[in-house]
Unconditional design. Structure first.
Ligand code: RIB
Ligand code: CA
Length: 313
């Protein structure tokens, strides 16, 4: 079976990093054309450095990292050091990456690699603010002819917001980019807080990962140890929700998730609710569906998958 061609666009961030480690282990299933980075959890100079460091931990010398937008399309950048730490991937030792950053801008890489992909389309896998994806679409709309799916982490319905009362972080940081992506007309699969908050990194799950004793698993456990502290205090929960790895887990084992065709619109006008994802789960607007909204997940199956692939290193 042909490998699925993907581009991961991310803002590492511990959960972005774990998503990369999951994807890098899927050497039989995924052909990773490249990793593009965007400002989000921490500024761009850290997200791109972090992505290159994760490539080293994974031993993936073949994967190139590109830097993209250092700010959202319209609004000023907001970052999340209170969640992710000042490095963005607190919980592991920060060492200088072994490979240089690619000189090409991430937006141009997304455009060129999608237009030039042969023998099959490309799946875009964004797990941060959607600035790079949106600007690539605006700059070169024809890339959409060769994009089969956009599989993204972002949004919220029943869970409410995690960075404002109404909006999830990725959508809040660049709501205008999110609007462009949700209106682009290509199939979108959306993993929002409603499903990620079912995937808590409990102490038992972290120790199960740590026991694998691979370099990638040890790094994952260390990042989760740090990543847990903010959300367990905020939500008084047994662990932090593991957001971004929903995207690659879906590519590898879609049956883990329950999804529903919905219309999803992003608020870009109201200062009070900007970035809110209006998920028309019950079809009350009569608008055409533009996305698959993930609303349930086999949590144990998800962590079994993560352990299986982290154990491959
Ligand atoms: O709201 C969670 C999302 O925001 C995740 O992608 C996390 O990495 C942060 O970017
Ligand atoms: Ca992210």
């Amino acid at each position: 079976m042909a490998k699925r061609k993907i581009i991961i666009d991310c803002d590492p961030g511990q959960d972005d990093a774990i998503n990369l480690l999951l994807a890098f282990a899927a050497t039989d299933e995924l052909d990773i054309l490249g990793v593009t980075t965007v400002a989000g959890n921490v500024p761009l100079e850290l997200t791109e450095r972090n992505a290159r460091l994760i490539c080293d931990i994974a031993g993936r010398d073949d994967v190139c990292v590109y830097a993209g937008c250092s700010r959202p399309m319209v609004r000023a950048l907001i970052t999340a050091e209170k969640v992710h730490g000042t490095t963005g991937i607190d919980g592991i030792e920060i060492t200088p990456p072994s490979r240089p950053l690619e000189s090409r801008h991430a937006v141009d890489f997304i455009i060129n690699s999608t237009l030039n992909a042969i023998d099959g389309p490309v799946t875009l896998v964004p797990t941060g603010p959607l600035s790079n994806i949106a600007i690539a679409i605006v700059k070169e709309p024809s890339i959409l002819d060769n994009v089969d799916q956009i599989v993204l982490m972002g949004g919220a319905m029943r869970e409410g917001g995690n960075y404002s009362p109404s909006a999830e972080f990725n959508m809040l940081v660049d709501p205008h980019a999110a609007h462009v992506v949700f209106e682009c007309g290509r199939p979108i699969v959306v993993f929002g807080l409603d499903v990620t908050h079912q995937l808590l990194a409990t102490r038992e799950r972290i120790e199960r990962i740590r026991a694998l004793s691979t370099r990638a698993a040890t790094a994952t456990a260390g990042m989760l140890d740090f990543f847990n502290r903010h959300d367990t205090e905020k939500y008084k929960s047994g662990g932090a929700p593991l957001h971004d790895p929903c995207t690659v887990a879906y590519l590898l084992k879609p049956d883990l998730f329950e999804c529903k065709d919905c219309n999803i619109s992003v608020e870009i006008h109201s200062e009070l609710t900007i970035g809110h994802t209006a998920v028309d789960f019950w079809g009350v607007t009569g608008k055409d569906s533009n996305a698959m909204w993930a609303y349930d997940v086999d949590a144990d199956g998800f962590y079994d998958l993560l352990v299986e692939y982290l154990g491959r290193y």
